[in-house]
Design a protein around this ligand. Structure first.
Ligand code: SIN
Ligand code: CO
Length: 397
């Protein structure tokens, strides 16, 4: 098993790191259903991101980092033993690897480090629209974030050191009061395992779990999925739709005098309600708005613009020689002939062959030099790719 880059598995082929299951079998037996433990899923795993690089990210204001510490477990008041600090923070604030009871967690590492984005390829048999991020945690002995429950699926990969995972499918959801983290008050494990480097544990949503470092140098990689809640999704989709509407002024020259000013005139209410109903989007518009939301990059994502952008002609020559890839933070999705990138609707090229090339860029997060070459004679496709390059959304291989 290559240590740092596992290619995207094919749905019907058995995958060693899924314990010999095919992705199709994994999805039907485990996804959103039951945990899966795979010992030595990534044997000889050489993490493409080191503990030192994780600590460097804690100083980076673009990274979402947290430092969690817990006090002695048998203190006078158990509820005050957790502390949480949000980054960025200087790495000299991070305790020594051998000090107990602390952990740092950095989210969205895949949007910052191309090697971490490439690691996610192994999981890309699951649609990109559901894939969220790679979070990396490093902990000292006994460090962890306590027993909790997540509302999303997660693959937990033990990168270095060891961690005990305790899980429970039946649990009391009551949270500990007055702590800065959502910690279950009375967690009782139904199963537990110590994960060694290269081991993997998949957990579906709503399985309570607690990961506790065993010894120093514990680094865990969590590939997490996005599960947008209805209200957040509807809120973003409606506001995107409303942004596209042009406002019209209200006029009611027919309005009459009233003896009951507190009463809303029937005609007024009827006319205003009809106006609002007419503004509601149809199914296609809702789909487009939802797809745009799904293509939103991580909130803290930034796209580095090319320092000295090439002209369109030189861009085309270079792209044909070297190929292109999506920037780590870019999200490109499609549905039928519609393309959505980084929260925007993309006008698709009119040629079918060019749309096929664009779909390839979305599926593989890159185009080889011959792939680009095939589209080189379509000015519509090339100027679309050129604009993406100017925006920092795609880069050369
Ligand atoms: C961790 O890596 O410490 C936490 C991951 C999780 O529980 O989801
Ligand atoms: Co969790």
């Amino acid at each position: 098993m290559p240590a740092s880059h596992t290619p995207r598995p094919k749905p019907h082929e058995p995958v060693a790191w899924l314990g010999g299951l095919t992705p199709k079998q994994f999805m039907s037996r485990h996804w959103q259903k039951r945990p899966l433990l795979v010992r030595q899923a990534f044997s000889n795993f050489k993490p493409p991101v080191s503990i030192a690089e994780v600590f460097d990210l804690c100083e980076n204001e673009l990274a979402q980092s947290r430092l969690v510490k817990k006090g002695p477990t048998r203190g006078r008041d158990a509820n005050t033993r957790w502390s949480l600090a949000h980054g960025p923070f200087y790495k000299n604030k991070i305790p020594k690897l051998s000090d107990p009871n602390w952990t740092v967690l950095v989210q969205q590492v895949n949007t910052l480090l191309p090697a971490a984005d490439r690691f996610m390829d192994a999981f890309r048999f699951i649609p990109e629209a559901r894939l969220d991020d790679l979070m990396i945690s490093v902990a000292g002995p006994e460090g962890g974030i306590g027993a909790h429950v997540d509302s999303y699926d997660v693959f937990l990969i033990q990168a270095t050191g060891r961690r005990r995972w305790e899980i429970a499918e039946n649990f009391d959801p009551t949270l500990e009061p007055d702590v800065p983290l959502k910690i279950l008050q009375s967690f009782r494990a139904e199963n537990d395992w110590i994960l060694e480097p290269g081991d993997l544990l998949y957990l579906p949503p709503n399985v309570a779990h607690r990961g506790t470092a065993v010894g120093p140098g514990c680094m865990t990689w969590s590939v997490g999925f996005r599960a947008p809640g209805l209200i957040a999704l509807a809120d973003q989709a409606w506001s995107r739709h409303l942004d596209k509407l042009t406002d019209t002024e209200w006029a009611d020259p027919w309005l009459g005098a009233t003896e009951h000013p507190g009463k809303i005139p029937d005609r007024l209410l009827d006319a205003l309600a009809s106006r609002v109903l007419r503004s509601l989007p149809g199914r296609k518009a809702v789909e487009a708005a939802v797809a745009q939301v799904l293509s939103e990059p991580a909130p803290a994502a930034v796209f580095d613009l090319p320092k000295r952008p090439l002209s369109e002609v030189s861009f085309r020559t270079r792209a044909c020689q070297r190929g292109l890839r999506l920037s780590p933070a870019s999200r490109l999705l499609y549905s039928e002939n519609r393309f959505f990138m980084n929260g925007e609707c993309i006008s698709p090229p009119s040629r079918k062959a060019s749309r096929h090339i664009l779909a390839g860029l979305a599926d593989r997060r890159g185009l080889s030099a011959p792939d680009v070459e095939r589209g080189c004679h379509d000015p519509e496709l090339m100027s679309l790719l050129y604009q993406m390059y100017r925006d920092g959304w795609i880069v050369y291989h």
